[in-house]
Design a protein around this ligand. Structure first.
Ligand SMILES: [Zn+2]
Length: 525
């Protein structure tokens, strides 16, 4: 602060207030970022194509360093491969060394798109990993990258949706072949085959191959934002999280109303961050969001939800993308909010969240309740996502996902018998009728009707009926319109975020408050 005041006075004295005003901001955010990097770190990524076009020359590299410092970015991921293109070793080394010399931390990244034989599903992007030459190619990419960096992120295309004759034959034979080894698959479904294939491919062709080249290298698996379909395409969050050194979380919810990228509500970022955070524990590095299909307001919402989700870092994907379309305005909006975001990250890191346990077992199938958790969070029910049965939770929410748990019936029966408030979707209730006491006084049925989006239309009176019993264990009452989310902490601290385009009048624990349109309010004890 002292330094920036000095710079400002200097600027006025020199009559160059505009340029030095910008410089004062630079100094501020960079210094602040350094001060907070153990609590929360901002990072960005340079795609392999950016390495070629934006970092090969001295001017481009200097501009990129300046941008990072003005955006509180203290770590960069310099990518070696994307869309069939491998960056030049000399360009990667120049970028790596240049960023390091400027005081930034540098890691590598691989985006496994257009690696070899194309998938029959997402053509010319995703690969057929049953194909042995494609396995060889992917190994070579990781060996190349491990020789240059001590940490490598894998962007969220590390899956397969191929159903070619070779894949189909291997699936039917329940055998995954990786290099010279054969592994038995537990079942005959595509999910079984693809999960086993990606787990074994990661072990043999990525982790051990990279570590042979560079024993110090740590590998990060970045999970996509589409959490309800992970298992369909071979993302196996339990085994892969155990195998990899770190995990990362896609929190790119974008704009719900965007015609191309829309359909995901902002609360999802917080839900998936907490859910994968619970699976990864200390291995969970942070969240990752981008500018696609966002406005300044929805871009910043992604940042807030990532921080409220307990992330220790935010990856701003990606430098090149953020230079065009809505990127520059988004980044300006983010820069204005960074001091506040870092402050909130510090408060969140000190506290335990409390609320209604939201049970999504790993590899669970949504059926017609896809991503229902995100919509329930938008109703002003503070969720505590979990992947194991929440036996000790003070209140809990169960959806069709919970059927993945083979012991659901006795566990849920005991939970209901304990008298604690329970919310059950109508879909799950339909499947459990006659097996558990759904008519108990402490059980409420949530009318999803196979259309989670429709929950956003529930009127305030219906929301109050839902919230009152579920919030009782937390000594909290909450009245608010739909799409106003509540976040509670064990010490009584709270955050309320309003996702509506109008100011929200709310009542929290008997106190009337207003929350600005697309804004938030917080109280820290
Ligand atoms: Zn195939």
């Amino acid at each position: 602060m002292i330094k920036s005041c000095f710079l400002l006075r200097l600027a006025l004295a020199l009559g160059g207030a505009l340029t030095l005003g910008a410089q004062a901001q630079t100094t501020n955010l960079w210094e602040l970022a350094r001060e907070y990097e153990r609590v929360h770190r901002f990072s960005t990524l340079f795609t392999a194509q950016d390495v070629r076009s934006r970092l090969s020359g001295d001017d481009g590299l200097a501009q990129a360093i300046d941008w990072c410092k003005r955006t509180a970015v203290t770590r960069v991921y310099v990518e070696s491969f994307r869309d069939g293109y491998q960056a030049e070793r000399s360009a990667l080394e120049k970028a790596r060394d240049g960023f390091r010399a400027a005081g930034l931390e540098v890691s590598g990244c691989v985006t496994p798109t257009r690696v070899g034989k194309s998938s029959t599903g997402w053509k010319d992007t995703i690969s057929c990993y049953t194909d042995l030459p494609t396995q060889d190619r992917v190994q070579a990419i990781f060996e190349f990258t491990a020789a240059l960096f001590d940490e490598i992120m894998i962007d969220d295309f590390w899956f397969t949706d191929c159903a070619c004759p070779e894949c189909d034959q291997a699936r039917a034979a329940r055998t995954v072949r990786v290099g010279g080894r054969a592994y038995t698959v537990r079942g005959e479904t595509w999910e079984d085959y693809r999960c086993e294939l990606m787990v074994r491919l990661s072990q043999d062709r990525v982790l051990s191959a990279a570590k042979k080249v560079n024993p110090k290298v740590g590998l990060i698996i970045k999970y996509p934002q589409w959490y309800d379909r992970f298992h369909d395409r071979g993302y196996e969050v339990i085994r892969e999280t155990a195998d990899f050194d770190r995990i990362w979380v896609g929190t790119e919810t974008r704009d719900y109303a965007d015609p191309q990228w829309g359909g995901t509500v902002p609360y999802e970022a917080c839900f998936i961050m907490r859910w994968l955070g619970g699976i990864g524990g200390r291995k969970c590095g942070g969240g990752w969001y981008d500018w696609l299909g966002t406005t300044e307001k929805t871009y910043v919402e992604q940042a807030r939800q990532t921080v409220l989700g307990g992330a220790r870092a935010s990856m701003l994907f990606c430098y090149g993308g953020l230079q065009g379309s809505t990127g520059p305005n988004n980044v300006e909006a983010l820069r204005r909010d960074i001091p506040e975001l870092l402050g909130v990250a510090k408060q969140v890191a000190r506290r335990k969240i409390v609320g209604v346990a939201a049970y999504k077992p790993a590899n669970s199938h949504p059926e017609d309740e896809a991503r229902v958790f995100d919509f329930v969070g938008m109703l002003g029910l503070p969720l505590v996502p979990c992947h194991t049965f929440p036996t000790r939770a003070p209140a809990a929410f169960f959806s069709i996902h919970a059927l993945k748990d083979a012991d659901l019936v006795p566990k849920l029966g005991r939970f209901i018998a304990s008298g604690k408030p329970v919310l059950v979707t109508d879909g799950l209730a339909g499947k459990l009728r006659g097996q558990v006491r759904l008519d108990a006084r402490n059980v409420r049925i949530l009318p999803v009707k196979g259309d989670p989006k429709a929950l956003l239309q529930l009127p305030p009176s219906a929301l109050e009926d839902l919230r009152a019993p579920l919030l009782k264990p937390f000594k909290t009452t909450f009245k608010a319109p739909n799409q106003v989310a509540l976040y509670l902490f064990q010490d009584g601290s709270w955050v309320v975020e309003n996702f509506n385009d109008q100011e929200a009048r709310i009542e929290l624990r008997g106190k009337a408050l207003t929350v600005p349109a697309r804004g938030w309010r917080q109280a820290w004890q």
